[in-house]
Design a protein around this ligand. Structure first.
Ligand code: SAM
Ligand code: DTB
Ligand code: SF4
Length: 331
């Protein structure tokens, strides 16, 4: 069901005086979720670097000279061992990322299916981000026990062309459609700090909330500028920009998990507190994202203790969750 959120309404929300915006977001969050819980996800880069795409932000694109340590697909046992470790550290979701343009029907995909089964057997929510997928591939992942698929729309359709030329926005939407049809939960969000305007950011949120069903999880990444990529000299985004994105996402998608994603290493504890207050209820934890550093698990657990937050258990919404409903806005 479409949410009914018009672009004008989202513009109005996004530009509210900061404390009005945060207060409303915090209120919506408390009404719809347990505001003491934070979903903790951990990332594993199961295949790193050498990607044929030209995403201007990405250290894993083969065409840019970066310091990323390229490696082929990890053995299933390594993934399983790292997943166990992440679970012990408090993660309830494990997201496996591969630097692929798209999934091919080959032995590597068979191995990924084995990884999904192995992590699912640990009673963790399994997520993959492997690039474009056909419906048949999505079904195979679902059968193997995949809980979520991450596929970001990154920015507005207009700005997308300035960032990536090797695929189109419609390719992204098509994969999201295949994931949805296979009854896998959808994780889709974007990055701020790509040289986009505020209008682009708002259009991205508008596109997310008006997907046939809004995503169950929305990661908001701050660009991590990496040496060797075309965006290496982009200025860092400010915490106020993150807070506005998170709060607006929370208001328009009340039950969605909104993830304060890449960029936390550069944020102080006080800045992260503002993001949680604005309705963020998930983080990536563990000292590495895919290729770039992230705060240590122990530091995050200390932060949670300080704030009175606790990690959310796996499968809180059940193994076949009801689709998160966007707030239906009365125009
Ligand atoms: N290749 C797959 C794809 O593009 O969907 C999966 C891996 S890709 C690295 C996953 C996501 O990481 C991208 O969609 C992008 O949103 C995010 N990302 C990549 N590099 C980033 C960076 N330097 N800063 C912030 N987010 C980044
Ligand atoms: C998402 O939105 N952010 C994560 C995850 N989905 C796959 C990835 C962030 C990557 C940051 C750059 C890196 O570590 O390579
Ligand atoms: Fe490849 Fe994904 Fe990086 Fe784009 S974001 S270059 S598709 S790994």
């Amino acid at each position: 069901m479409k949410s009914g959120f018009t672009i004008e309404k989202i513009i109005e929300i996004y530009h509210r005086p900061l404390f009005d915006l945060m207060y409303e977001a915090a209120t919506v969050h408390r009404k719809n979720n347990d505001a003491h819980e934070v979903q903790v996800s951990s990332l594993i880069s199961i295949k790193t670097g050498g990607c044929p795409e030209d995403c201007a932000y990405c250290p894993q694109a083969a065409r840019y000279q970066t310091e990323v340590q390229v490696h082929g697909l990890m053995p299933v046992e390594t993934v399983e061992a790292q997943a166990r470790q992440a679970k012990e550290n408090g993660a309830s979701r494990l997201c496996m990322g591969a630097a692929w343009r798209e999934v091919r029907n080959n032995r590597d995909f068979d191995h990924v299916l084995e990884m999904v089964k192995a992590v699912n057997a640990l009673d963790m929510e399994v997520c993959c981000t492997l690039g474009m997928l056909t419906y048949e591939q999505a079904l195979k992942l679902k059968e193997a026990g995949l809980y979520a698929y991450n596929h970001n729309i990154d920015t507005s359709e207009e700005h997308y062309k300035n960032i990536i030329s090797t695929r189109a926005y419609s390719d992204r939407l098509n994969t999201l459609d295949n994931v949805r049809k296979a009854k896998i939960t959808v994780c889709s969000g974007g990055i701020i700090g790509l040289g986009e305007t505020e209008e682009d950011r708002i259009k991205m949120l508008h596109n997310l909330v008006n997907l046939p069903q809004p995503p169950e999880s929305v990661p908001i990444n701050a660009l991590v500028p990496v040496k060797g990529t075309p965006l290496e000299n982009q200025p860092r985004v400010s915490v106020w920009e993150m807070v506005r994105m998170i709060a607006t996402a929370r208001i328009i998608m009340p039950k969605t998990v909104v993830r304060l994603s890449a960029g936390r290493l550069e944020m102080s504890t006080a800045e992260q507190a503002l993001c949680f207050l604005a309705g963020a209820n998930s983080i990536f934890a563990g000292d590495k994202l895919l290729t770039t550093p992230n705060p240590a698990f122990s530091d995050d657990m200390e932060m949670f203790k300080l704030f009175g937050l606790k990690p959310r258990e796996a499968f809180k919404e059940g193994r076949e969750p009801e689709i998160a409903e966007a707030a239906v806005f009365e125009n």
